[in-house]
Design a protein around this ligand. Sequence first.
Ligand code: SF4
Ligand code: SF4
Length: 187
Amino acid sequence: MPPIPGSGLAKGLAVTLRTMTRKTVTAQYPEVQPELPPRTRGVIGLFEENCTVCMLCARECPDWCIYIDSHKETVPAAVPGGRERSRNVLDRFAIDFSLCMYCGICIEVCPFDALFWSPEFEYAETDIHELTHERDKLREWMWTVPEPPALDPGAEEPKEIAAARKAAEKAAAAAAAAAAEAQEDQP
Ligand code: SF4
Ligand code: SF4
């Protein structure tokens, strides 16, 4: 059967009318910032104090876009007659975000919790070289890393918190014992 003249136009108008009554989903970025999920992979922050320069992240990065330089320093013995120790000192830590594919492997493999995801994504550059973020810039991203989500009810207490709590309890008990002793000594 041949199509009714004007049916195509009517169909098109019906689609237009249906769409006009629907709620708009257009994001008004950059006037309105998007509401990103908490675990968004925007940029990587470096918590330098935790980094031992073990090189695991650089070795595991599939894109070879983590650049680390370091040197060794000798730490004198803690006690007389003890052994000197050597430790790695970080000279350079940089990530080239023009190569990074945001796989998160570096963050997963870091054994010392020195790398974190931040949801920040506004760091586009007109010069590609500027996408290599050096340690100072990577540190600045740390301030934008969200707090970790709360533990599940009934989850095991993390060992760092348990150790800190035990140390605080021990210190409080020692302080209380010292105060009691001082009171007993008073005439
Ligand atoms: S997220 Fe993946 S690609 Fe990017 S620096 Fe880390 S390991 Fe390399
Ligand atoms: S894996 Fe972690 S501790 Fe090791 S070099 Fe990378 S950031 Fe530093």
